[in-house]
Write a protein that binds this ligand. Structure first.
Ligand SMILES: NC(=O)C1=CN([C@@H]2O[C@H](COP(=O)(O)OP(=O)(O)OC[C@H]3O[C@@H](n4cnc5c(N)ncnc54)[C@H](OP(=O)(O)O)[C@@H]3O)[C@@H](O)[C@H]2O)C=CC1
Ligand SMILES: O=C(O)C1=N[C@H](C(=O)O)C[C@H](O)C1
Length: 268
């Protein structure tokens, strides 16, 4: 069986580097291209240079050529970059794995439209453990469906540009859905001043940013006389990268469609 040809977008970034490493370590995958912004200072450098062992694939600034050379592009960049790369993938009929967070409702609609012609996995968190937590939250919300105040607390490194994290928002969506609520109506993003007493139907979000925290997420169910906390802590970025490779392999047998990691992991 031929290896899955992978192109990595944002190859010089924190996740891009991890994805290069994970692709090179995957016997069923071949790193055929690595690309970044055309004005990136990393253009022309070996994609695996950071690891101390060059791989022979240089970081290019030509997204179209990179995507054309691959079966699947994996993108952890920024919404505007991801959407531009998605349009190229759609035109060229290539599969895409999207990990970028901070997407607007319009951005998400554009991703869904692209999924009508090419296969796409779009998920705020590719780690198996986080996706297991998503399932645990469904069960917790079903059981703790009355008398518990729900708060989502997340912490990330100082460089993160979006808040709350995509994972925290997905956690809120899952709990809200199980409780028959609409997150757009019940979410409270931070509190300040004289807020009044907490309204029971709300789901609160708290964001911490600092240092090199890779990603911690807790959902708190606070009742009278007891508290339940469901927590995931990331110790490294490799689980995100390995999950992305799993998603790229999953898409090999799909002609089109929008999927997430629950589909990839068979958790639906
Ligand atoms: N789904 C998941 O499992 C995970 C998702 N993420 C998400 O992935 C994204 C990237 O995170 P991270 O790797 O830490 O970020 P970094 O900033 O380290 O990397 C992003 C890379 O993409 C490049 N880039 C930025 N904008 C564009 C653009 N418009 N076009 C092309 N390239 C662009 C950056 O270049 P430059 O530096 O020059 O701007 C950089 O090289 C974030 O949205 C984050 O939330 C992160 C971890 C896990
Ligand atoms: O920016 C990050 O680093 C991360 N972003 C994702 C998110 O917003 O949920 C996933 C992970 O928490 C790391």
């Amino acid at each position: 069986m031929s290896r899955r040809r992978i192109a990595i977008a944002g190859a010089a970034g924190r996740m891009g580097r991890m994805l290069v490493e994970a692709t090179l370590a995957d016997a069923q995958a071949e790193l055929v291209a690595a690309f970044d912004r055309s004005d990136s200072p990393f253009i022309g450098r070996d994609a695996a240079e950071f690891s101390g062992t060059p791989c022979g694939v240089s970081i290019s600034g030509d997204a179209r050529a990179a995507i054309a050379s691959a079966d699947c592009v994996i993108d952890f960049t920024r919404p505007e970059g991801t959407l531009a790369h998605l349009e190229i993938a759609r035109e060229l009929g290539r599969a895409m794995v999207i990990g970028t967070t901070g997407m607007s409702a319009e951005d998400k609609a554009a991703i869904a439209r692209a999924g009508e012609s090419v296969p796409v996995v779009f998920a705020p968190n590719m780690a198996v453990g986080v996706n297991a937590v998503f399932r645990l939250l469904e069960v917790a919300a079903q059981i703790l469906n009355d008398g518990y105040d729900i708060e989502v607390i997340e912490a990330h490194h100082r460089h993160k540009v979006d808040a709350p994290s995509g994972t925290a928002l997905r956690m809120g969506e899952i709990v809200a859905r199980e409780l028959g609520r609409d997150l757009n109506e019940c979410a409270i993003y931070g509190r300040e001043g004289v807020t009044g007493e907490r309204r029971p139907e709300t789901i609160g979000f708290s964001t911490v940013r600092g240092g090199d925290v890779i990603g911690d997420h807790t959902v708190l169910f606070a009742g009278i006389g007891e508290r339940i906390e469901i927590t995931h802590k990331s110790g490294g970025r490799m689980p995100y990268a390995q999950g992305s490779l799993r998603a790229a392999h999953f898409l090999a047998s799909r002609a089109r469609g929008l999927f997430d990691m629950q589909d990839v992991l068979g958790l639906r």
